[in-house]
Each structure stands twice: as C-alpha cells, then as structure tokens.
Design a protein around this ligand. Sequence first.
Ligand SMILES: [Zn+2]
Length: 338
Amino acid sequence: MFAVWAGIAWAGTLEVHVLDVGQGDAILIEAPDGEHILVDSGTRSADLVPVLSALGVEDLDLVVATHPHADHIGGMQQIVRSFDVELFLDNGLEHTTKTYGELVQTLDEEAVTHRTAQKGEVFTYDDLTVTVLWPGPKTLRGTRSDLNSNSVVLRLDHGEVCFLLTGDAEAPTERALISGGIERCEVLKVAHHGSNHSTSAAFLRAVDPDIALISCGLGNRYHHPGDQTTARLAASGAVIYRTDAWGVLTLESDGRNVEVLDGLPSAANLGWLPRDATVAAPRPAIEPLPETAPKIAGSGGARPRTSDPDEIEPPRGLFWRIRQWWQRRSTRRDQTKE
Ligand SMILES: [Zn+2]
C-alpha cells in the first residue's frame, strides 16, 4: 500500500472520494463521525444523486461550490433538491449562465442557507477541521479567469493528515496563498484539472504534497492535465492519481496516515495513459459503484496503530507500488465477492 505516515494518536476515519465525473470536479468527504461534505458537483450530466446515495449520503452538512463554472456546479441543482443541505458556500462571484441562475433560484426555493466563504473560517466535524483559505478579503481582479482565481480553497486537517482542495485556482491565487504563509499538506487536489495555468513550482515547494489527485475527463478537449503541470508534480516527488485513468479515487485517513484505496499511481512513461488527448485510450476496467454503500475493510472500526518503526513501510519505487496496489485491489475484490 502507498501510505504517508505522519504519526499521532487515533482520530477516527476520514474518507475522501474524488468522484469520477469526467471533465469536472466533485469531491465527497465523509467525516469521522459520519457527516458529509460535498465540494463541487461535476457537470449536469454527472448525475451524482444516485452515486451519493450509494455512498451512504442522507443529508449534506456542508456543500461548497468552489466557483460557478458548469463543470463544478452543473449537477448542483439536483443535489440541492435531493438532499437536505445544512450550509452552502460559494466564492461570491456571480456568473451569467443559466446553470448559475437556476442554482441560485433553487437554493432560495429550498430555503438553503447560502453565503460566500471567507478566508479564515473554520468548520469542525469531530476530528476533522475544514479551513477556508480562499477567497480572501480582496477579490482577485483582472486575472486570466477571475472566476477560477477566486475559487474556494479548503484545507482539511484530520489529525496530522492534511488535504488541500483547490478548485480551479490559478497562479495569482497560489501567489496570494504563498504570501499568506500556506503550510505543507500531504494530499493536494491539483487545481483546474491539472491545467498548466496552476500548480506552479513555487506553490509545490510550499505545499510539498506526497499525493496529487487530478480530476479530469479521459481525452478531454482542454488537454488536461497539462504536460508542464504533470512534469512539475513529478519533479516535486508527488505520486499522481488521475480520475480519467482510474475512476473514483478513494482516500482514507486515520489521522496519522493516509492511504489511496483505489486508483493507481500514474506516470507519464507508462504507455497506457492517454498521452495524446485526441486519442481516447480505452478506459481501464473499473468496477461500477455498488448499489449499496461500499464498506471498505477496516473503515468502520478501530484500525490497529502501528508504533513499531519496523512496520512502517518506506517509500518504494513505482513498480513496487503498482504491485501493492494490484494485490490490495484483488483482495478487496475477493472480499466483495464473498
Ligand atoms: Zn473546472
């Protein structure tokens, strides 16, 4: 297994699912005490309602729309109509599209509390802390895309494990975050589907992620992720996981280590990845989501702590990780069949 070891006390289990919504973003977070947070909802065609139900969602404690582009809020109306939403946060920027207008109308109709996320806000769900890092008090203006640059950026802290969710933030956002003193974070949801306009070398130096998650559609017309960004990520030492190659990426944290339960680390030199976006490579065989919530072994109860340094796996090479991943996946498949 590929795991990042941080080393503190038991903090329950946090699960983060980067859902496979094609070209777009949708991330479901299950807090240690079972509360659910949704960050973005993919395009309208993603139809996340049955997916969320299958993952055990009954209501949503927090929904965040990082910014009002259709690949992030397209499916949001259905979500807001189908689940009780405790609080809805956005980046405060309006968009001219029908999708955006209808969403605002739906939020009003469903009487959902909705407002702009503000830098420095902290939400606590048991052992999970969600901190808003962006938008700041001053909206970024005159950038390549102001909607992207003012994406809601969230930091999830679970024990000593950190996830950084960046929406479609771009270089100006990253500069603002760096000057605000952004700290190291183990897991980075790479901004803007891996576009070359984000994920600068300076930002990667500051965040220094071990795991990089890219949410993008197979053979997408934007050619995401960009070659420059994947090269910068590779140079930073982060292991890259992509939804276009391997579907839903599920990560589990116990507050001390974080493990990618699904998804295979990808590398540009592995021939099976779609290097040329105009050529749609065949999608690897991924099991469809089960009709009932998938129960991952060990996720429901206490996981034994590993304090013996001999038991802590050192980082290994890519092929070692692939072998481990394959073994783990086969074991889980066998368990599911039983
Ligand atoms: Zn996007």
